[in-house]
Design a protein around this ligand. Sequence first.
Ligand code: PEP
Ligand code: MG
Length: 846
Amino acid sequence: MPDTLRQDQDPGVTLITPSAPIANPTHGGRAKCLQRLVRLDLPVPRTVAIDFDTVHRIAHGSMPNMERILDHFRPGALLCVRPSSEDPDWGGPGSVLNIGMNDAAYVDLSDRIGADAASALYQRFVVSFAIHVARLDPDVFEEIEATGQQGLSEALSAYEEEAEEPFPQDPARQLAEVLRSMARAWEGTTARLLRQAKGAPVDAGLGLIVQEMALGLGIGECGSGVLQLANSDTGLPQVTGRYLRQSQGREALRGGAGSIFLERDPRGPSLEELAPDAFERLKQYAAFMRLKLRAEMQIEFTIENGNVHILDGVRVKRSSRAALRIAVRLAEDGIISRPEAVMRVEPRGLSELLHRQVDPEAERDLIGRGVAASPGAATGRIVFSSSEAQASAARGEPCILVRRETSPEDVRGMHCAVAVLTERGGMTSHAAVIGRGLGLPCVVGAVGMGFKTQQHQLVAEDGRRFGEGDVITVDGTSGQVLAGSPKMIEAVLDDSFQTLMSWADEERDIGIRANADTPADALTARNFAAQGIGLCRTEHMFFDAERITPMREMIFADSSKDREAALARLLPMQRADFTELFRIMEGMPVCIRLFDPPLHEFLPSDRSGMRELAEALDLPVSDVTRRVESMGEYNPMLGMRGVRLGIAVPEIYDMQARAIFEATIEASHDGAPVVPEIMLPLVSACREVELLRTRIDAVAAAVRNERGRDFDYSLGVMVETPRACLRAHEIAQHAHFLSFGTNDLTQMTYGLSRDDAGRFMSHYVQQGVFAEDPFHRLDAEGVGELVRIGVERGRQGNGGIMLSICGEHGGDPDSIAFCRTAGIDYVSCSPFRVPVARLAAAQLAI
Ligand code: PEP
Ligand code: MG
C-alpha cells in the first residue's frame, strides 16, 4: 500500500521520510531529529513516528491498527520502540528492543546469524517484555544465569509460569502491548512529577517511534555504541564514546565490561583497529551531522556485519565550560552565527567557569546546607573569628570563616579567608554581598546546623562536631557544606571565554558596571570589562586598623570642631582611596556613594573592645560604654543612617566630598580627565537632596578655589525607599542620575529584613508564597512596580537623567530583563557577576 494512503487512514502514525509532516512538539524531539538524519541520507533504519495525541489515546485503551504499522517494515524484521518527548531532558519510558522475536523468527535468525545470537536476542526480548511490559516479578527473570538455548527455554517457561499463558507470539500483539505500557508509563504519577520537576508542563505529551532494528549481534563485526567528536567535560575536539561487540542499544555505555575504545588507545583494543572502515564512516557521519544539524551531536550506532547504521542523534551532554567552547568553535567554523553562539550559553552556568568548583564526580560528605550566596567552592580549616582568620592567613593556611553573621568589622577577616559560612542571613546580607564582591564562596542562613561559636564548635545536621582547625569545604554554588576536602575543578577563563564575551558585547544594549569598593574589586571589574563602577560603598574603607580609631574619635566628638579634627586625619586616606580607584578605572565613570550605615556599627560591641577604645580616647571604660549604649537604636536599618547622617552630622559628607574632589584633581593630572559621580543613599525627600547638594557644591567651589583647578562632577540619588520612587519627579530635578538600590527597596517594600530573611525564605519559596527569593530575583510585580513608577516620574522631572540599578539584582539575568524593559540605562553588580550580566543582557537584545 502506498504510504500516503496509510497516513490518511491513521493520521497519527507516520513513516519518517524526508517530506513527511513530522514536527516537535507534535511528534517529539527524537522523531524530528531522526527525520533530519533521514533528510541527510544517513543510514537510518526505517522508522515510524506516532504522535502525542495517538499515544495519549493508546494510554486510554484506543489502539491504532497494528497491522498497518507493521506493514511499514520488512516482513519478519525486529523492531524497537523508543520515547520521543518534546525535550529529551524530561525523560520517558525505557526503550524496548527486539519486538517481533518469536519461535518462527528464532528459527529464521538461527539460520542467518547462528543459534547463539538468535537465542540471546529472544531471551533478551522475553526478559524485557516480562519485566517492563507484562510487569512480572523482575527477580525471577534477572536470576536466570543460563545463556544460549538453555537460557532461552528457562526464560520462556518462567514467563509461562508467571503470566499463566505462553509468551505471546503474534508481533502485532507484542507491539500493541509495548506501545500501551510505554504510553501508560508516561502518564503515571511518578513520571509526571519527575518531569514537572525538570520544568515540563502538566500536559507534556509523549511521542513514540517504532524503528526497524539493526541487530548488533550475529556474524562478522557486530555491535553497538555511541560516538561524539567533542569531550563533554572540556568541549575540546576529541573522538569519545564506547563500543561493545555483540551488543544492542546503549549496552556499551551501561556495562563497561567488554566495551572498548573508539580511537586507538594504549589501554585496550579499539574500534579503529577492529573495523577501520566503519570507524572512518562514523566519524564522517558525525562531522556531517555537526555541520548540517549545527550542533555537536552524539550518535548512537549499530554495526551489523560491518555495516554502519545510525539509530539516533542527540546533542552531546556538556558541562558549562564545554557548552561555551562548543558554541565558540561552531561559530568559528562558520556553522552557526556569532549571535547564535551567544544564545547557546546559559549565563548562570558561567559562574562555573569563573570559580573553582567541587568536581561533580567527587563524593560529598554533607554536614549541612544553607543559601548559596556566592558561587565557587573552597576548602580550609575552620576559624571562628576574623582575628583567627588573619592569623591563619599569616601562617599561609587556608581557612573558612564561620560566624553567626558578619558585620563590617569582619571584612578584614573575610579578606583572609577562602570561604565564609554564616548561620544567619540571606542573599543580600552582609556576608553575601561582601562574599560576592570578593569572589569568595559563601553559604549563609545555614539553619539546620549548630553554630556554637563561643565553644568554637560547629555541629552538623547529623550531630557530628567540628572544631577549630578541622577541614571543611564550603560550596557556595550549591549551598552545601561538606566535611574534608573533595576533589575540585579549577576555574577556566580561556580564549573561548573572552571571544564569546566580546561577541556578547556587540549585541548588548544595556550598560553593565560593577559594584567595587576596593582597588582589588576595581581591577576585577576591569578584567571582566565592566563599563565603570556603579556603586562604591565607602563605609568599608573605614575599618582598617589605622582608620578605625580616628573614625571612633569622630563619632565620639562633642563639638563640630573636634569632629572636623578627627575627620581631617581621615581625609588623606580617603583621598588616596579615591585617587587609586580613579587611576585604575582610567577615565571610566566611578560612582561613589557617601557614607551609609549607622555610626554605631563602627563602635565596639564587647568588653575588650570597649577597653581598647577607652585607652585610645583616654576616657574611663564606663564613659565609653555609656556613650556606646546611648547610640544604640531600636531599628538601625530604619534609623540614623544614609542621608540622614549627612544632614545631622554634615562634616562626614563634607570630608568625603573634599576627598573625592581632591582625588579628581590628582588623578586627572596624569590620566584621562575624571568626572566623579557622587551618590546620596537612603533619600526619601527632595529637600534632603537640595540641602546636601548646596553643601557639596560649596565644597567643590572651595576645592576649585584652593587648587586653582576646574573639574566637573555629577550628583545623584539612590532610590531605595518607596517614597523616593513616588517622589522621583521632584528628586530628579536636583539630580543628574538616579540609581535604584533594590536591596533596601525590597527590604522596605516587603517590610522584610534582608539580614533575617534567610531563616524562613526556603519555607516561603518551597510553599510557593514567593516564586523566588525577592532579594535574589527582583520582584517584578511589587518592587518592580515602584521601580517603573520611579523611572517614569524620574524622566518626567528630568528628561536627561541617567537611570541605573545597583542592588544585587543587577547580576541576575531575570532582573536584568526587567530593567531593560523598564528603560534602565545600566545595571551594576558584583565584579564576578559582570560576565553573567554581559551575556544575559546580550541574549535579551538578540
Ligand atoms: C541597595 O540597597 O540596593 C544597595 C545597593 O545598597 P546597600 O546594599 O549597600 O544597602
Ligand atoms: Mg542600600
